[in-house]
Design a protein around this ligand. Structure first.
Ligand code: HEM
Ligand code: HEM
Length: 145
């Protein structure tokens, strides 16, 4: 029976490797960004936090696009496993978190209320990404078995 790892390659490299590398890079960039906000190593922390956040979101979205393409060109059954649902929730959070970050500056009078939402949304994004990386690796080991 076809599975997502069979035959789905780009320039001779299996698509799951693009998917895994892109989302893992995204996670590392976002963790680095979180450290900027948490420890504020210089006056430039917010610029670094924003840039790392934007780069992390870009890598994350590209990585999930690679996953959707991989599933589309193999089984065609999207959202077939818990990993895929959690991944979709991560996509939503990857859009909501930076929006809340920007909203602190756009709606200054409500910044104090938005700030904890952004912080918790950011922490939740990172925790769910870590969990889904583990779920992805588990899935991979099951498929490769
Ligand atoms: C934050 C990290 C991750 C996110 C957000 C994510 C997201 C997703 C999403 C949304 C899908 C479903 C695509 C669809 O149904 O069209 C998917 C599928 C998949 N992902 Fe990930 N993923 C992550 C990490 C990983 C890692 C680290 C691996 C392993 C290297 C992995 C392996 C897979 C595999 C094998 C599938 C195909 C599942 C199937 O049988 O349908 N993922 N991922
Ligand atoms: C997906 C991208 C982003 C993630 C994952 C993220 C995550 C976080 C996290 C986890 C914190 C709390 C750090 C801590 O104290 O433990 C934080 C703080 C902060 N973030 Fe973001 N962020 C992102 C994008 C942005 C953007 C685009 C902006 C604004 C332009 C922004 C502005 C801020 C500010 C001002 C704080 C400090 C809030 C405070 O005073 O405690 N963030 N972010």
């Amino acid at each position: 029976m076809a599975n997502v790892l069979d035959m789905v390659t780009l320039y001779g490299v299996s698509l799951w490797k693009y998917h895994g590398s892109l989302v893992f890079t995204s996670f590392l960039l976002l963790v680095a960004g979180m450290f900027m906000a948490r420890y504020r190593p210089g006056r430039w922390w917010l610029r670094a936090h924003r840039a790392l956040g934007a780069a992390g979101v870009a890598f994350g979205l590209l990585g999930v696009t690679a996953a959707a393409y991989m599933v589309e060109s193999s089984t065609g059954e999207h959202l077939a496993v818990p990993h895929a649902y959690l991944g979709t929730l991560v996509v939503v959070l990857l859009l909501v978190t930076p929006s809340l970050g920007l909203a602190q500056f756009r709606f200054r009078s409500r910044a104090a209320r938005i700030r904890p939402l952004h912080r918790w949304s950011g922490r939740t994004t990172l925790a769910l990404m870590a969990a889904n990386i583990l779920a992805g690796l588990t899935l991979l080991s099951q498929i490769l078995k």
